[in-house]
Design a protein around this ligand. Structure first.
Ligand SMILES: NC(=O)c1ccc[n+]([C@@H]2O[C@H](COP(=O)([O-])OP(=O)(O)OC[C@H]3O[C@@H](n4cnc5c(N)ncnc54)[C@H](OP(=O)(O)O)[C@@H]3O)[C@@H](O)[C@H]2O)c1
Length: 462
């Protein structure tokens, strides 16, 4: 019996537990209770769990497929679709004959997910595309490729998520704390860069997978990138909760900013779902989950059940006139059973996020703010010479150790672009991050042209 129990526990990754401890514990248990009593206790526990399971399943609700907007032929983009809830969501859309883009950081894993889905349905199109949300460059490259292939996007599902031990000081390619960078900033930039194709297929929807964990999250505006809090060996991973709160605030603020475009946005908690999400877990919580593992597997949602609220938000006709709300168990999430999302925080987080990820134009507005942020990280800023000089001085005053180089670039002249590129190549061996922010908005009616005679908006911005 001891051997069987040890094997059973090994299945739930207890292999790290010293075997002598297990043996001693179960010898003691054997002496204290008889086999008959042990079987009785097991039957009672199993009965109680079955009742809990039944009650939970009644509460979870399900998707009403007769009350869905049509998804045949729709273009649906799902981040993190190679496993867990994302993969189950991809299957659901394929079964509804949609064109599903699996946006994953590992294309091999994405292809395995496609094979898995293909064993279940031949419907729908499945397209794998590479997207690593821990690199803003990857997000930009992905969006560029997407836009070169598709001129519309019907449904964007911001599903991917990561949970890493808070004591690990792992950072994204751009130096952001991992939860904040992947779960929030990556999706923030992705969504912003895909607004045009989403507008083109309005009414369209954006669904962001948050979590009940957002309720114990907090946005530390003085430490957004978690410089002070990371690496402190926290027992509960509050950095993850903070990023899930950021997801919820993002969706709320987005709904305001896209009002009138025909795009709707929803955030949700999928519930407790049995996936590999805790694969990076360490510390005391590993023990808790190992011991409770078999029970949780029995009573929690399967990935298919976990995907139900995502499908509800993406397709239910009930939500046609709703936007910016949160959902759980295939229904609107009662405000009273979760924390109130603060409008001011949502707006401020948006602005701060825009500064961190967006888009150049370094002599004013967001670009100037971005320059400040990049300068703090030791980057070089290159922009229009005359206007930028004063910004360079301001940045140097605040961050004297920054290295900034002001360079002349006029996007309204291809000649200037060529000269600029030549100069950059002669001065620097490599560019780590290129932020293509600059843009113009030439007033309608004014026939403005670039140096080469192109229409001004087209010539400069594109
Ligand atoms: N499971 C739950 O109980 C639960 C509860 C509440 C909320 N959620 C949320 O549900 C969502 C899905 O989680 P899940 O349970 O299905 O977990 P999962 O099985 O671990 O799936 C997470 C997905 O995100 C992807 N991902 C991670 N980092 C990425 C990156 N840098 N770039 C692109 N993709 C990345 C993963 O790709 P790899 O396979 O390559 O790592 C994977 O495909 C997450 O947002 C999570 O916060 C889950």
């Amino acid at each position: 019996m001891v051997q069987q129990l040890r094997e059973a526990f090994t299945i739930y990754s207890l292999d790290c537990l010293p075997s002598v401890v297990i043996e001693n514990q179960f010898r003691l248990l054997q002496q204290t209770i008889s086999l008959k009593m042990f079987i009785r206790i097991c039957i009672v526990i199993f009965g109680v769990l079955t009742v809990i399971r039944w009650a939970l399943r009644k509460k979870w609700g399900s998707v009403d497929r007769t009350n869905e907007i049509r998804s045949k032929g729709k273009i649906v983009l799902i981040t993190g679709a190679n496993t867990g809830i994302g993969k189950a969501t991809a299957l659901e859309f394929a079964q509804r004959d949609a064109n599903v883009i699996l946006a994953c950081r590992d294309l091999e894993k994405a292809k395995e997910a496609v094979s898995w889905i293909r064993q279940k349905t031949t419907l729908g199109q499945l397209i794998c595309m590479e997207l690593d949300l821990s690199s803003l460059q990857s997000v930009r490259t992905f969006c560029k490729e997407f836009k070169s292939k598709y001129d519309r996007l019907d449904i964007l599902i911001n599903n991917a998520g990561v949970q890493v031990p808070p004591e690990k000081t792992k950072r994204t390619a751009d130096g952001f704390e991992m939860h904040f960078g992947v779960n929030h900033l990556g999706h923030f930039l992705l969504t912003n860069l895909l607004l045009e194709p989403l507008k083109a297929s309005a009414p369209s929807r954006i669904v962001t997978v948050s979590s009940i964990a957002h309720s114990w999250g907090k946005i530390y505006f003085d430490d957004l990138n978690c410089e002070k809090r990371v690496g402190k060996g926290l027992v509960i991973n509050t950095l993850y909760s903070d990023s899930k709160l950021a997801n919820a605030l993002f969706s709320k603020e987005l709904s305001k900013r896209i009002q009138g475009t025909g795009i709707r946005t929803y955030a949700l908690c999928p519930g407790g779902v049995v996936t590999d999400f805790g694969r990076n877990r360490t510390g005391p919580m590993t023990w808790v989950f190992m011991i409770l593992g078999p029970i949780l597997r029995y009573i929690l949602k399967s990935p298919q059940e976990g995907a139900a609220t995502t499908m509800y938000c993406a397709l239910s006709k009930n939500l046609i006139n709703e936007s910016g709300e949160m959902y759980r168990d295939c229904r609107r999430w009662n405000q009273k059973s979760r924390i109130q999302l603060d409008d001011e925080d949502a707006n401020r987080l948006w602005q701060e996020s825009a500064k961190l990820v967006l888009i150049t134009g370094a002599n004013s507005g967001l670009g100037k703010e971005a320059t400040f942020e990049m300068a703090k990280r030791g980057a070089k800023a290159s922009r229009n010479l005359e206007l930028t000089q004063s910004v360079v001085e301001q940045v140097l005053k605040m961050h004297p150790s920054s290295e900034l180089t002001a360079m002349k670039l006029d996007l309204g002249s291809l000649e200037s672009v060529r000269e600029f590129a030549k100069e950059v190549q002669s001065k620097f061996d490599k560019i780590d991050i290129l932020i293509s922010n600059a843009g113009v908005y030439a007033p309608l009616g004014k026939q403005m042209k670039t140096a080469e005679g192109y229409e001004f908006n087209f010539g400069v911005t594109k």
